[in-house]
Write a protein that binds this ligand. Structure first.
Ligand code: SF4
Ligand code: SF4
Ligand code: SF4
Length: 349
């Protein structure tokens, strides 16, 4: 057992103090901690006071030990967290009113909670660059707090090994490859780093300037691209999808997505999309038709082929992007109505 804020809590071998607190609904703030990855211990926001320890300890990488007594919000802890937030804010350009992440930023949330504004320390004067060369992800290093969540997301969740900690002109910086732009590196543009970032340092470019976070609605859906069935949140503003994130607790993807699931949603707004069936005319041109007319034509053609040449003269290939139920019905139609086993699936071809 350990005691957190006077509450006795059981733990398993290998649990950190943070793990035990979270399992018991005890709040300890974090910035660098990323679920399902190894502890980073970089931001120190999760400091707690442990009886018998001279210094405050980082709860995210301190193992729970039998008999430990911990305070998560003592005066000393709160003052230390506020000091850390002041340092983080003053080391970058954190003008929230001008930031795309205003209202959707963990650093901002904690700064409000701990009444830190970064003004009690002089600005560092350090100039940080903005990497804006890629079509999908914007990297604004002036808002980076070097928490390393993006590094963990890339290397330990997606296993892409693109990002790493480094230094440029004496200041810490997150490198892509050999300090390349994302486009020049081996980045797969899965966007996991953007989803993990607790500040406005990593942004999805397609969401920029598209309404306010506070007006956003989240709609849960299943990714339409392949048969894996990843669970997604569609972030909708003014009736338009502005970005996509993975559903943390959703199986099978547990919050992850590939590049298609994350960024490939614009096609639904493409004006060239077919919204009505087209029937090919004798002169080779296509003419728009109603569904009833189209389905009658298809049924009559099948009937003619089967009557003239037998059931095995027709075959069906169903679509990997359709739902299981539709694929089931497709094979049922061919086997029980047309009486042929000529049925296959595009994922096998
Ligand atoms: S990154 Fe967060 S704290 Fe910094 S300016 Fe943007 S909203 Fe504010
Ligand atoms: S988009 Fe994916 S592959 Fe590219 S840096 Fe981010 S996490 Fe790594
Ligand atoms: S880019 Fe974001 S996630 Fe990566 S270190 Fe900076 S603040 Fe953290």
């Amino acid at each position: 057992m350990i005691e957190i804020n006077g509450k006795a809590c059981s733990f398993e071998k290998g649990d950190t103090v943070l793990d035990v607190a979270r399992a018991n609904d005890i709040d300890i703030p974090t910035l660098c901690h990323l679920k399902d990855t190894t502890p980073t211990g970089a931001c120190r926001i999760c400091l707690v006071e442990a009886d018998g320890a001279n210094n405050l300890i980082a709860s995210c990488d301190t193992p729970a030990c039998e008999g430990m007594k911990v305070q998560t919000h003592s005066e000393r802890v709160v003052a230390a967290r506020k000091g850390i937030l002041e340092l983080l804010l003053s080391s970058g350009d954190h003008y929230c009113l001008l930031c795309e992440s205003n209202g959707d930023c963990e650093l901002q949330d904690l700064s409000i909670e701990y009444k830190a504004d970064g003004r009690c320390l002089p600005e560092t004067g350090r100039k940080s660059s903005v990497e804006d060369s890629d079509a999908l992800i914007l990297r604004d290093f002036s808002k980076c707090i070097h928490c390393g969540r993006c590094v963990k997301a890339c290397n330990e969740i997606q296993m892409h090994d693109v990002l790493s900690f480094g230094h440029e002109e004496g200041s810490p910086k997150i490198f892509a490859g050999d300090n390349e732009t994302l486009r020049e590196s081996d980045c797969r543009f899965c966007g996991e780093c953007v989803q993990a970032c607790p500040t406005g340092a990593l942004l999805e470019k397609k969401a920029l300037g598209k309404g306010k976070v506070r007006d956003e609605q989240k709609v849960r859906t299943t990714c339409p691209y392949c048969g894996v069935g990843c669970q997604l949140w569609l972030h909708v503003r003014d009736d338009k999808i502005v970005k996509v994130t993975g559903v943390d607790e959703g199986l099978p993807n547990k919050g992850r997505t590939c590049v298609k699931g994350r960024f490939g949603y614009d096609f639904i707004y493409n004006k060239d999309r077919l919204t009505k069936p087209l029937i090919k005319q004798k002169n080779g041109e296509y003419k728009e038709a109603e569904w009833d007319e189209t389905l009658d034509l298809i049924a009559s053609k099948f009937q003619t082929f089967i009557e003239e040449s037998g059931a095995d003269s027709v075959a069906g290939i169903s679509c990997a992007r359709s739902i299981n139920e539709d694929n089931y019905q497709m094979q049922k139609l061919f086997r029980t109505v047309f009486r042929t086993n000529n049925i296959d699936h595009c994922a096998r071809t």
